[in-house]
Structures are given as C-alpha cells and as structure tokens.
Design a protein around this ligand. Structure first.
Ligand SMILES: [Zn+2]
Length: 312
C-alpha cells in the first residue's frame, strides 16, 4: 500500500528529484504516526527506481524498489535504535558514514534514513554533524523526528526542514474503508485517531489497542472522582511502562483540548469534566510539562504523574 495524503510535500519532493538538486539532508518533522517514514522510503524509491521518469513515483517492481523496503541494497541504509537502549549509537552512525565513503554500487545516489533521529545520543549527533558538514558526492539523508528540538541546533541549521501535519479525518476514513472497514467503523476510528494514520491502522487491525484507548478515557473520567490513594495507585501502575505512559499523556492532552474547544464553541453542551476554561488550560499546560519532564529529565515518572493526577 502506498502512503496517503501529504500531497504538497510529495509534489515538492518530486520537484527536487526532477531538478537534480536534491539537498544532502532533509528533516521530516511532525507528529508521530502520520506517515513520515513511509514517505521517506517512497522518496528514496522515487530517486532509485529505474522504471520511472524523474519526479515523484516508483514502480514497486524493479530491483531498487523491491530491496529498499527490506533495507538490502548497498547504496541505502535505514537506521533506528537497535535494541532496548532506545538510542541510536555512534557505531551505527559510523557504519552509515563508511557506506557513504564507498563508491555507489549503482553509479547514482547513496541514501540513508535516520528514523527517530532525536534518539541519536550526544556522541551520535556530534558524529552525524560531520557528515552534514562534509557531504560527499551524490548523497541524500532523510532524518525523521517528532521532536526536532532534541536535535543539536547545528544539525537543525544544516538540514532542509520539511514539516508534516496530521491528516484530515476524511482522508483517514476513506483509507480505512479501502482496508475493508464499514463506513461507520471508519468514522468511529478516524474520530479517535487525531489525524494519525498509523494510529488509525493500529486501532483497525488490533481491536485490543482500540480497547486500550477506550479504557484510558474511561479511567481518566473515573480519576476525576477518585480518592487520592486511588489516584496514586493509578499513577504507580501507569508509570511502569514508559511507552504507554507517554501515549496516555498524549491521549489526555487531546481529550482536554477537545473539552476546551467544546467549552468555547458550545458552552451549552454537557461535559464530563465540568471545569472552568482556566482550569482546563492549566491541566493542558501541566500535561505538557509532565510529558517534557518524563521525556527529557531523570525526574521520577511516578512523582511527575502523582502531581498531575492531583490536578484532575
Ligand atoms: Zn522501481
């Protein structure tokens, strides 16, 4: 399946290929699970495909197209954290640099994708910087991240930034229908996917993920009327799984943003949390701060969550 949406970005990338002036490094930034990686791979295929004229487009059948997906052509590498460390290590960057020093196997471009580029540790980022400072011949690097601020300013200033946004609900709905969802189901899933196509696909293909999402929302509503000890028990449970905790905070944030919007646009409508506009704004701010502390500092996850649930 080809990627959906992001038409303007694809057109721009197509024009870059056609012009023969592909930048050495492009940064794909934007929220998680909206298709950035898929488009990065399609971009590389569009450069390497031997059956298509220059511009955006690929045949999916030639040697390059078939082997880019499996990361098995010598002129292309995709790197991401390899183990539980959740870090892109300097050795991985060095491997990429070595590959870039060799002559191109196909006589054309050499390309690399760094997925979750913000997970390059400090050493990796510094080493990576050298590649950006001394680009070699026909090379193209695509960095993908939802946290461009975690990259060194010197990296940010040397890459061409391309920002991706969430997809319109309708596009997600239509796509789910092509996957076999009923119109009603497609609408329901699209409504809770916050424009993230990857999330919509997860909810459609694994019902347990959708159930998990629904449970997070119902737990949140319960928390409002829970006693403090129950709130703390909940934050203890949730602080034990980093990925789920971050996802939960993102769901909470979107939930309160929606509450805020309803409060402003339709003040007569009943709401689960009958909070003042100011209180909702404070909670949204607090969720953002909590997420920052958890992702960027060594603060105790449990304590950060404790402080947050007290506000509910
Ligand atoms: Zn092809």
């Amino acid at each position: 399946m080809e990627s959906i949406g992001h038409t303007k970005e694809k057109q721009l990338l197509g024009r870059l290929i056609k012009s023969g002036n592909i930048p050495h490094a492009i940064l794909f930034s934007g929220p998680k699970k909206i298709g950035k990686k898929k488009i990065a791979i399609e971009f590389i295929k569009s450069i390497f495909c031997t059956n298509r004229p220059s511009g955006w487009g690929f045949c999916s059948e030639c040697y390059s197209c078939r082997n880019i997906d499996s990361n098995t052509i010598p002129d292309f590498s995709i790197i991401c954290p390899e183990d539980e460390s959740k870090e892109i290590k300097i050795e991985q960057i060095r491997d990429l640099q070595e590959k870039f020093c060799l002559t191109s196997f196909s006589g054309g471009y050499k390309a690399g994708i760094v997925d979750d580029a913000h997970l390059m540790n400090h050493h990796s980022q510094n080493s990576f910087l050298k590649t950006l400072e001394e680009p070699k011949g026909k090379t193209v690097l695509v960095l993908i991240t939802d946290r461009p601020d975690s990259l060194l300013p010197t990296i940010n200033s040397r890459v061409q930034n391309m920002k991706f946004s969430i997809l319109p609900k309708k596009e997600i709905e239509d796509y789910l229908i092509t996957l076999g969802a009923s119109a009603e189901k497609a609408k329901g899933i699209s409504a809770i996917s916050s424009g993230q196509i990857g999330k919509a696909i997860d909810y459609f293909t694994s019902p347990e993920k959708k159930e998990w999402f629904e449970k997070i929302i119902s737990d949140l509503i319960d928390l409002k009327i829970s006693k403090l000890n129950k709130k703390f028990a909940y934050s203890k449970e949730k602080s034990e799984n980093y990925e789920e905790m971050i996802e939960m905070l993102e769901i909470w944030e979107r939930y309160f943003r929606k509450e805020l919007l309803t409060k402003i646009m339709k003040p007569e409508e009943d709401q689960q949390f009958n909070y003042s506009t100011q209180k909702i704004k404070n909670i949204i701010k607090k969720i953002g701060q909590s997420k920052y502390l958890i992702e960027n500092t060594n603060s105790s996850k449990k304590l950060v969550l404790d402080e947050l649930v007290m506000e509910l």
